[in-house]
Design a protein around this ligand. Structure first.
Ligand SMILES: [Zn+2]
Length: 322
């Protein structure tokens, strides 16, 4: 590294390092290291696209470097950019200049990001067009660059079913896992080589059925009993114990902000959570409850939520007539 490269590199390093959201992303990513390993790339998708909406630190840093690249391209009136043009570029184009072995680490990283962008978008002109599409009110938006860089995914229909703000966060999370078929059911554990195939029976029923996500929600005799009680309580006119049909019905017919629809969404998330909890209690604690006790726990969680959130007080009347 050339000695006079240090000051400009520090300025660039600060620009990247102290970018608030970038730092937040790094911390979140560090804290959730094992968690993201477990869920793969799923968690960094947006919630509407089936993920958890966690920002990818890697993609966010690429976006921040892309913004620096664009500032260099525009020859912004900043000291460190003037320094870059005077010492590294020397009247050459930032999109064409080749890195040299004695260039500073930071400059080589920016050139690496430039090469990655050209490779991703096909040509320099395409990169420029993509970045120009990330402006909002004449300001380059880092979040737009980030969205441009991450892989676009189709939206999921069950977004409003799983992520209603009225739901308990822990219920939403288990429902989200169930919708993505990511709960660690015994069939998955067998496929992952963490359990032998003679241990894969459902613990909720005594029919020696294979424990899959669809069996637990709600084809299993035990969980179907619980779910039928919930549907009776909520006076469902349409009924099913098949997961795909239930999720499809909720996604199409139980969207919106009506109080009864909110209650029905809450009942589904609470039922999924309580049944999964019961399955775990039986496996890890050897404790058992019957369907009526699970149903009572679901009702209690719904009443507790409604009675403790003042903005949903109008739902109390509705619950009383059900
Ligand atoms: Zn079962």
């Amino acid at each position: 590294m050339r000695p006079y490269g240090c000051i400009a590199d520090r300025v660039m390093l600060r620009t990247i390092t102290f970018w608030n959201r970038g730092v937040t992303c790094v911390l979140i990513s560090y804290g959730l290291k094992n968690f993201t390993w477990l869920l793969g790339i799923l968690s960094v998708r947006g919630k509407k696209h089936g993920g958890l909406g966690v920002f990818s630190a890697k993609s966010w840093n690429y976006a921040a470097a892309t913004e620096l690249l664009w500032m260099i391209h525009l020859k912004k009136d900043l000291l460190w950019i003037k320094w870059i043009h005077g010492n590294y570029l020397q009247n050459q184009n930032v999109w064409e200049i080749q890195g040299r072995t004695y260039d500073s680490w930071m400059w080589r990283q920016i050139l690496k990001v430039r090469d990655m962008l050209i490779n991703k978008f096909g040509s320099t002109d395409n990169v420029k067009n993509a970045i120009e599409g990330c402006f909002s009110k004449d300001k380059l938006k880092l979040s737009e660059i980030y969205m441009c860089l991450i892989q676009p995914m189709p939206k999921v229909s069950w977004f409003s079913t799983a992520w209603d703000e009225f739901l308990y966060p822990k219920h939403s999370f288990i429902l989200w896992l169930a919708c993505n078929q990511r709960l660690l059911t015994k069939d998955r554990l067998c496929r992952m080589g963490m359990m032998s195939s003679n241990q894969n029976q459902c613990v909720l029923c005594c029919g020696h059925q294979l424990e899959t996500s669809k069996h637990i929600f709600f084809e299993c005799q035990f969980s179907a009993d619980v779910w039928n009680r919930v549907m009776d309580w909520m006076r469902f006119r349409w009924r099913s114990c098949y997961w795909d049909l239930i999720i499809s019905w909720y996604s199409c017919n139980l969207k919106g902000r009506g109080p009864l629809r909110k209650l029905k969404r809450m009942c589904l998330s609470a039922a999924v959570y309580m049944i999964w909890d019961e399955r775990n209690r039986r496996i890890f604690q050897g404790k058992m409850r019957d369907p009526s006790q699970i149903f009572r726990a679901i009702r209690l969680s719904v009443f507790t939520r409604v009675l403790n959130v003042s903005s949903h007080a109008h739902m109390i009347d509705l619950l009383e007539v059900l």
